[in-house]
Each structure stands twice: as C-alpha cells, then as structure tokens.
Design a protein around this ligand. Structure first.
Ligand SMILES: [Zn+2]
Ligand SMILES: [Zn+2]
Length: 369
C-alpha cells in the first residue's frame, strides 16, 4: 500500500517527505495506522549522527495508533485495538531478558539498530523501489507502518491517543529511571539535569515517589514554570549560575541521585559534583558517541559514587505501559502539562530546528490527518 513518511536519508540533512510503498504484514506482524507521534531528543540525535542507526530510515519512535490489519498467527492484538509502539522488543530468551532486562535484549538488538523487522528485512520501499529502513521498529513519522506484534502494546480506548504516544518513549524512560533503575525512596535527595520529555517525566515520577529536595536544572530559564508545576521543589538555571553550591546547600552535602537527561558532556561533568557519598549519577540522555566527559573517578572510590547507565527506564515496557496507562488515567502523569503543542508531519524539520535551538519547553506531538 501507499504511505507517506518522513525519511532520514543523510546525517545532518532535513527529513524528506516521501511517498513510500509498504508491504503487507508478514507472520507475527501487524499493520498500524499511527495517529500521534511525539518528537523525542533521540530523533534529533539520530538526525545529527550522534547514534549508530543505519540510514535511510523512516524516523520516529514515540507513536500511538490503531491496528488496521494483522498477519498470520498474530494473537496479542486484533484489528481496531488502540496501541502504543515500543522501540525495544524483548525476545524473552536471551541472558538479558532472562535477568528481567528486556530493555537490553541482545536477541533483537540487531534488527533494532539495523532498522528491520525481526526477520532482518524491511517492509518499506521508496518510489525507486529501493529499501527504506524502519526507525527503531516503530517508524512513527509515517501514517501507516508494519511492526512486529510484540512491538505494540494494546491500551484502553478511553486513554487519549495524543497522550498515549508519549508512553512509547519518554514516559517509561523517565518513570523507570526513578522507580526501577534508581529506585528512589521518600525523602531521597534528587536533582535532574535537562528538562526535555524524559527529564519532565522523571521529575513527575520523583515527585510521586516523595523525593525531597527535588531540584530541576536546565539551561533555559523559561522551563522554570513547568518544572515547578510538575513537582520540583527548586529550579536552577545553569546558564546563569553554577548550580553546585546551591545544590550542596539545599541537600546538606549532595544528592542521592542525579539524573543526566540532557545528553550533554558539560551537563554530565557538572552533575557529577552534585552527588553525595554513595550517590549515583544516572546516565539517561544520549551523549554523542564522539565525545567523552571528564569525570574524576578518584572520588568514586573514596565516596563510593557510581555512574549508572539506564536505557528505556530499565523496564520491560510491554509490562510497564499498562501500569502507566492506569496511572495516567488517575492524573499522576500530568501528560497534558508535559505536551506543549501539536504539529503536522510537514512541519517536522521546523520542530527539529526548534528543539536544537532549545526553544521547546515541552513535548511536541505530530497529529496525522
Ligand atoms: Zn525517545
Ligand atoms: Zn532478549
């Protein structure tokens, strides 16, 4: 069938909007009509070649929509189901999956970075008949896609789909980092660098967990209001001041957990100094593969400070998304506050430029016609 998609063909070049040909779903795959797709900082990282994705690909990995058709032997979803896409599909069999970390599945990591379905082939071709890859299984910036059935999670139909798309990426990443990877407890001292979609969700999760002080740090003063609305006890603009003295003062010597959600070397180096003894620096944002932060590990020994990487919140999203839906419906996630605006697919390059210029202070969601 004919579809429309935003294709990332070359690092650093704008997305091209193309008419594409999509094959029917194979066995174990489903055809989904995406209705909403959020623009994530990882999309920008892919655009600028900070990650290792193969090109050309249909961009987008934070999407929600409706199942239109199913391939043979599909049992988990049916036509008409409302679903959230997932960009990691745990195989259930590899050593990481068996340890409960399906977010690190080594069984499906190959297709994940290669941009294919689980059989290592793509269902998408361009107008010249050349193969176009799937962006992290989801290909959220196309009106329709084919995805493995285990790459979608059915959700209740009264959940607004514009909010549901955030459950694909920034919500489980932010919440899982707090509730599983860090396992924040009431009155833990927490600071969060970088208030994009992931940082805002982590902030919300830490508030619900009872963290205090809960300090938001961002280069943009304009994000203060939203940070406070989501539950921060303090906001520090690190473009205007060195945040470390104030954080050490507010916390009586440092934080138990510091989250680096900005994906910046400078933020990482700064965040390290906000840790107290036994503190953990949670690496959430994606630093460019070409840059190395200078973190003095001498104090890692004396004060037992550690650096902990976490991907997708360290959760199995297929299990976590249904729980997050219920929390959302109870109002705990405040996704209506986190969403800042909506755009059309053709406006994607403008949104990317505005994110690069740090002009966005909340999630922007593509609305398909
Ligand atoms: Zn993302
Ligand atoms: Zn696995």
């Amino acid at each position: 069938m004919k579809i429309k998609g935003a294709v990332l063909r070359e690092v650093g070049k704008p997305y091209s909007f193309e008419d594409l040909e999509l094959d029917a779903p194979h066995e174990g795959e489903v055809l989904v009509k995406w209705l909403y797709t959020g623009y994530c900082h990882s999309d920008l990282s892919n655009l600028h070649g900070r990650t290792m994705m193969k090109l050309p690909l249909v961009a987008g990995h934070e999407a929600a929509g409706i199942v239109e058709a199913v391939g043979d032997r599909v049992t988990r979803v049916k036509k008409g189901d409302h679903v959230v896409g997932t960009w990691m599909i745990p195989c259930g069999e590899c050593p990481e999956c068996r340890k409960g970390f399906g977010n690190e599945c080594s069984g499906t990591f190959g297709p994940f970075v290669s941009g294919t379905m689980l059989d290592n082939t793509s269902r998408i071709k361009d107008a010249n008949g050349e193969t176009v890859l799937h962006g992290n299984f989801v290909s959220g910036y196309s009106d329709y896609t084919v995805i493995p059935e285990r790459g979608v999670v059915p959700i209740r139909k009264d959940m607004p789909l514009d909010q549901a798309c955030l459950l694909s990426c920034c919500v489980p990443t932010g919440w899982g980092t707090i509730t599983k990877a860090a396992n924040v407890q009431p009155m833990d001292r927490v600071a969060i660098w970088g208030l994009g979609g992931v940082g805002q969700n982590a902030l919300r999760a830490a508030k619900v967990r009872g963290a205090y002080p809960l300090i938001a740090v961002d280069l943009e003063e304009s994000r203060r209001e939203k940070a406070m609305a989501l539950g921060a006890s303090h906001f520090i603009c690190n473009a205007n001041q060195d945040p470390i003295p104030e954080i050490l003062d507010l916390t009586g010597g440092g934080c138990d957990f510091v989250l680096e959600c900005a994906g910046q070397v400078g933020a990482t180096e700064q965040a390290w100094w906000a840790l107290r003894p036994l503190g953990k620096l949670m690496m959430v944002g994606i630093i460019s593969q070409h840059e190395q932060p200078r973190v003095p590990l001498t104090f890692s020994v004396f004060h037992q400070k550690s650096v902990v990487g976490t991907l997708y919140g360290s959760v199995v999203v297929q299990d976590e998304i249904p729980k997050l839906v219920e929390q959302c419906m109870r109002g705990e996630l405040m996704l209506d506050t986190i969403i800042e605006g909506y755009f059309k697919l053709e406006e994607l390059n403008d949104i990317a430029d505005r994110m690069e210029a740090r002009q966005l202070s909340g999630r922007w969601v593509c609305r398909f016609d």
